[in-house]
Design a protein around this ligand. Sequence first.
Ligand SMILES: CC(C)(COP(=O)(O)OP(=O)(O)OC[C@H]1O[C@@H](n2cnc3c(N)ncnc32)[C@H](O)[C@@H]1OP(=O)(O)O)[C@@H](O)C(=O)NCCC(=O)NCCS
Length: 180
Amino acid sequence: MNLRNLLTATNSRLIRLEEDTLIKPFESEDNELNDFLHNDARNYLTTLLAATYLIQTNDETLAYFSLSNDSLIRSDMESAIWNRINRAIPNEKRRRTYPAVKIGRLAVAKKYAGMGFGKLILLTVREMYVTGQQRSGCRFIMVDAYRNAFLFYEKNGFRFLTQTDVDDETRIMYFDLKAV
Ligand SMILES: CC(C)(COP(=O)(O)OP(=O)(O)OC[C@H]1O[C@@H](n2cnc3c(N)ncnc32)[C@H](O)[C@@H]1OP(=O)(O)O)[C@@H](O)C(=O)NCCC(=O)NCCS
């Protein structure tokens, strides 16, 4: 199933949040993420700090995610991980910082969890940055993953960036878009 088919099956559509977009009711299992959508996402849009995308039917919000520009920086990780990342970059293009996009928030409504929305959203973000829609260079997807979602991201090809956050409730994970 691809996102288009899932949207059709659930009678929903993917839209970008604009200042005048009506945000339909949304309830994921995470209250902070619910609160962000209703009370903060629009502020992030007007201050140009994050763009939010919604999957909505006429009555409710099924899922949402928000994106911001980010960087993958040498000093944020151990040498072994940096070397592994760098091996995939041609010698003459190697830098101490690479362009990235950050998934700042991602949540699926309780009622629609386990149907594939999360996975298809990650695929959609990948497509946004490897196809013609790409407006500036972007090599990596980053996420500050919640502990309960580590496995979800790992199953979708993300890797941990460092061991220094191993005991934290959130850990930085990355995905190399050239690995697609
Ligand atoms: C985590 C979340 C985004 C996953 O979305 P979803 O639509 O339910 O996931 P999908 O149906 O696309 O599942 C894709 C795969 O990941 C697995 N998966 C989904 N959620 C998982 C979780 N929390 N832990 C482990 N695996 C998970 C599924 O079993 C599936 O595996 P498969 O491909 O082997 O069948 C969603 O459950 C959610 O919004 N949770 C609350 C908020 C949250 O934690 N957001 C992440 C913030 S970083």
